[in-house]
Design a protein around this ligand. Structure first.
Ligand code: AGP
Length: 594
């Protein structure tokens, strides 16, 4: 997954391109490059971060250009494999986000026709194909080239001979930014918010011809009109808002995110997922598919929906979904994906639709691929999530799952009223958690010197043990495992000892006594214990080495306050270890390859 940008207008393109690329580094940051048209095409690229390219790039001069920041899939990060890629003449330059599956055969064909390749990438076939088919019209040549390409792509094409950008998308996001006498193109909205908040989302199969004064979009050769959207996110939302890292900013945005998502749905009269209709359609079970943190939200969703609605819920990892058959008859499928672009999630949606399963997508990105292929989309209102480690999107997903389940709960009116009140109090409870970080800081300093950590939880907080471990792993590089607390003694006990701290999530619910027993067992094997426990819980203070107090909430909402404590613990531990928190090694915000 990469980030691509384009500009055409009256301004010098280079600073606009580099500014926008800087905003897309969460999509990949192992190499980057730009190409600017000013008579001829001038390219500058290298296996460096955008900030370094800004320092090193000579003034290329020109008012039209394209740029790219990369997350290597085909061809390791290098100067030659960095984008843009050009044809043999150097008059056509291309930036691409996606994967060309049939590039090897195309490459062989082109080489046999006399083309010379300089990189190991799949992308480089595109400019050579455009050169092959060029006959005076750039858009026609692009169309012909993409007709022989198999795979996913968002591309922006620049040519020395024509004052325009030609763009196209299939299974990778692309958005056009509209303004007077200039146009912008990017993989994602934050890249162009400095310049405009008027955008058009390209649909799969669309080809766009962009000049500084005109935007023309065609689909299957026919001119089409695509709706203009106004983005209410301001530039600052895309920026760090004064926090040291996007991750900390996004953790602190959670009270607002909870409020925004609740406001969004408690005002909706029409049921989002019509369980009545489900029953009419004979829907008997729910299947939730997702990856990573979204998968952990799905696991919490299972406890919530089964508790409140009494419909059996299966939760599966999206990438595993396609490997074993099952009957999907009378099943409602929900696919949770923050970015809406995760390849495993999209593949699962297509497979579900292939067997005529009704698919509801829960996603955070308006206009994302998941929202295009699902039958119905529920948007979480978490705003742009820049940090690779998902935080506020998890909480927003939980809000949607609570709302979904409460909408059709069999629980009595008194309990539902109590829950609605509990939901409405969550933003202030989370704010309390955010304001009382001292113990977390102390625990983070303590934890930062260990290399192996276990997380344990039970019931609705078992998935939180998985999520706490994932957060710590991905940003602090400490090896961490999450366990159902009852499972630890079936083997992993062997790893306990003074060098393996255990984080125990202790909720005031039916799992409380069993968790106390598990903590005693862990202590008996010399592992230090950090407990997450409700305010006023004195019993736990006698057992644990450290106690992180969380505000008291209804047990069914405990994952919301607990996850904020776990996010902060991971953040401050990673900070103690001097890790690159927003851009952890080997990771990217959404994984668009299988
Ligand atoms: C979580 O912090 C990671 N960024 C990763 O596990 C992520 O949750 C996963 O890749 C799924 O992404 P999605 O929700 O955008 O589909």
């Amino acid at each position: 997954m990469c980030g691509i940008v384009g500009y055409i207008g009256d301004k010098q393109a280079q600073p606009v391109l580099l500014g926008s690329l800087g905003r897309l580094e969460y999509r990949g940051y192992d190499s980057c490059g730009i190409a600017v048209a000013g008579g001829s095409i001038k390219v500058y690229k290298d296996a460096v971060r955008v900030a370094t390219l800004v320092q090193r790039a000579p003034q290329l001069g020109g008012t039209a250009g394209i740029g790219h920041t990369r997350w290597a899939t085909c061809g390791e990060p290098s100067q030659l494999n960095a984008h843009p890629h050009c044809d043999c003449t150097g008059n056509i330059a291309v930036v691409h986000n996606g994967v060309i599956n049939n590039f090897q055969s195309l490459r062989q064909q082109l080489i046999s026709e006399g083309h010379t390749f300089v990189s190991d990438t799949d992308t480089e076939v595109i400019p050579h194909l455009i050169e092959k088919y060029y006959n005076g019209s750039l858009e026609k040549a692009v169309e012909a080239a993409l007709n022989v390409v198999e795979g996913s792509y968002a591309v922006i094409v620049l040519a020395a001979s024509e004052p325009k950008l030609v763009i196209a998308r299939k299974d990778s996001p692309l958005v056009i930014g509209i303004s007077d006498r200039e146009s912008f193109v990017a993989s994602d909205v934050p890249a162009i918010l400095d310049y405009t908040n008027r955008v058009i989302y390209l649909e799969d199969g669309d080809i766009g011809v962009i000049t500084k004064n005109n935007i023309r979009i065609t689909s299957d050769g026919t001119e089409v009109d695509r709706e203009e959207h106004k983005i209410f996110w301001n530039v600052e939302e895309a920026r760090k808002g004064g926090y040291d890292h996007f991750m900390l900013k996004e953790i602190h945005e959670q009270p607002k995110v909870i409020r925004d998502t609740l406001v969004e749905y408690t005002q909706v009269a029409e049921p989002v997922v019509d369980l009545e209709r489900m029953r009419d359609e004979g829907i008997e079970s729910v299947l939730i598919l997702a990856c990573g943190t979204s998968y952990h939200a799905a696991l919490v969703g299972k406890y919530i929906i089964e508790d409140l609605v009494g419909v059996p819920v299966r939760v599966e990892i999206a990438s595993e979904f396609s490997y074993y058959g099952r009957t999907l008859a009378r099943t409602l499928a929900i696919v949770i994906t923050q970015s809406g672009e995760t390849a495993d999630a999209l593949k699962a949606i297509r497979r579900l639709k292939g067997v005529r399963c009704r698919v509801v997508a829960i996603t955070n990105v308006v206009g994302s691929s998941a929202s295009r292929v699902a039958d119905q989309t529920i948007y979480t209102r978490a705003g742009p999530e820049i940090s690779v480690a998902a935080t506020k999107s998890f909480t927003a997903q939980l809000m949607v799952l609570y709302w979904l389940a409460m909408g059709y709960s069999k629980a009595d009116a008194r309990r539902l009223a109590g829950m609605l009140l509990g939901l409405r109090q969550l933003p202030s409870k989370v704010q309390l958690m955010l304001d009382n970080g001292d113990t977390i800081l102390q625990c983070a300093r303590y934890l930062s010197r260990y290399e192996n950590v276990f997380f344990i939880g039970r019931g609705i907080n078992f998935p939180l043990a998985l999520e706490g471990a994932l957060k710590l792993k991905e940003i602090s590089y400490i090896h961490a495992e999450g366990y159902a607390a009852g499972e630890l003694k079936h083997g992993s006990f062997a790893l306990l000892g003074e060098n393996t701290p255990v984080i125990a999530i202790v909720a005031q619910d039916s799992t409380y006594e069993a968790m106390l027993t598990n903590i005693k067992e862990v202590k008996a094997r010399k592992s230090p214990v950090i407990a997450l426990a409700d305010e006023g819980d004195e019993t736990i203070r006698e057992l644990a080495d450290f106690v992180i107090t969380v505000p008291r909430v209804d047990a069914i909402f405990s994952p919301v306050v607990n996850v904020v404590a776990l996010q902060l613990l991971a953040y401050y531990t990673a900070k103690e270890r001097g890790c690159p928190i927003d851009f952890p090694r080997n990771l990217a915000k959404s994984v668009t390859v299988e």
